[in-house]
Ligand binder design. Structure first.
Ligand SMILES: [Zn+2]
Ligand SMILES: [Zn+2]
Length: 277
C-alpha cells in the first residue's frame, strides 16, 4: 500500500542518512518499488563490492533476500530488529574473511595471462593461466585456504605437459603457504609465467584448426595435437565431430584416438568430458 511504501521509503532514507554520515556504506541504487537496494562496500584492500538486498513484503519480520558476487555462500543472520546497517556490517566481515583469497587471485590476474574465464568475477575460484604456446595450467583456489596448494591441471601437448607434471609432483613438498600461489607455482614448476609485461596475449590465443575461431560459445581450443612439430589446438567439440567422421578413429572408454586434421599423424586423443560421454 501507499502507506507501506512511504514508511519503507522513510526507513530506507533514515538508514541511509545515518549511514552516509558515518560513511559506512553508500546506497548505489534502489528500485522504484523500494524493494531492491544495492549497497556498496569496500574491503580493507580497497576492492569494491555490491550487496543486493531484496526486501520482502513482510519486512522487517521476514528476512530480506541478499546476494553478492562471492565464492562462498552468503549467510546473513536476520531478526525483525535487525537494520540495514547490521546487514552491511555482516557483509563487511564476510568480505574480510575473503581478502587473502582475492589477494592471491588479483596477483595471478595482474601478473599472468588468463585464458579462462574470459572476465573473472569475484566469485570465480579457477584460473587457466598461459604457460606458453598451447600449454597452460588450470588452478582452483580454495576460498577458505587460498594459500594452500590449489588443485592443478596441466593442459597442452604431451611433450610439454609431461615434464611440467613431473616437476609439479617432484617439487610439491616445497609449497610454502606463507608465500603467494603465483610465487609457489613458479618455484614448483621451475618456470616464469608469460605476463602482460613480457608477452602479447595473442601469442596464447591460437584459433581452432577446424573452425578457425578462438571462442566457440564459451569454450576455447583446449585440445592439441601431440606431435611436437604440429601442436595445433582444437576445440573439444570440433575435434569430436571431426574424429567421429573418420573411419580410422577408435574409442576406448572415454578417449577417442584419431588422426590430426593438420599433420595426419595418429596423435590426437580426445578425453571426453561428462557432457559427451
Ligand atoms: Zn573449433
Ligand atoms: Zn598434428
Amino acid at each position: 500500500s501507499q502507506l507501506c511504501v512511504t514508511l519503507l521509503c522513510e526507513w530506507v532514507l533514515i538508514d541511509c542518512v545515518c549511514i552516509v554520515c558515518a560513511s559506512i556504506f553508500r546506497l548505489l541504487s534502489i528500485d522504484t518499488e523500494f524493494q531492491t537496494l544495492r549497497l556498496k562496500a569496500e574491503d580493507s584492500s580497497g576492492r569494491q563490492h555490491v550487496l543486493t538486498v531484496k526486501l520482502k513484503s513482510k519486512h522487517p519480520a521476514e528476512a530480506p533476500e541478499c546476494s553478492a558476487d562471492l565464492p562462498i555462500p552468503l549467510v546473513i543472520t536476520w531478526t525483525p530488529q535487525s537494520t540495514l546497517d547490521q546487514l552491511h556490517s555482516q557483509f563487511l566481515l564476510l568480505l574480510e574473511s575473503l581478502t587473502e583469497f582475492w589477494d592471491v587471485l588479483d596477483e595471478i590476474d595482474s601478473k599472468t595471462w588468463i585464458l579462462e574465464p574470459e572476465k573473472p568475477s569475484r566469485s570465480d575460484t579457477t584460473r587457466r593461466i598461459a604457460i606458453g604456446n598451447n600449454v597452460s595450467i588450470k588452478v582452483q583456489v580454495d576460498p577458505r585456504h587460498p594459500k594452500m596448494l590449489p588443485e592443478c591441471c596441466l593442459l597442452g601437448a604431451e611433450h610439454v605437459v609431461t615434464p611440467l607434471r613431473n616437476k609439479l609432483n617432484a617439487n610439491m613438498q616445497l609449497w610454502n603457504p606463507d608465500s603467494s600461489v603465483l610465487h609457489n607455482l613458479r618455484d614448483v614448476l621451475e618456470i616464469e609465467f608469460p605476463s602482460p609485461a613480457t608477452h602479447e596475449k595473442s601469442s596464447f590465443s591460437v584459433e581452432c584448426g577446424i573452425c578457425y575461431s578462438y571462442r566457440l560459445e564459451a569454450a576455447i581450443p583446449d585440445q592439441v595435437c601431440n606431435d611436437p612439430r604440429c601442436g595445433q589446438p582444437f576445440h573439444q567439440a570440433c575435434l569430436y565431430e571431426w574424429l567421429r567422421a573418420l573411419p580410422s578413429s577408435r574409442q576406448s572408454f572415454s578417449i577417442v584416438f584419431g588422426e590430426c586434421p593438420y599433420c595426419s599423424k595418429v596423435r590426437v586423443h580426445l578425453a571426453l568430458t561428462d557432457r559427451r560421454q
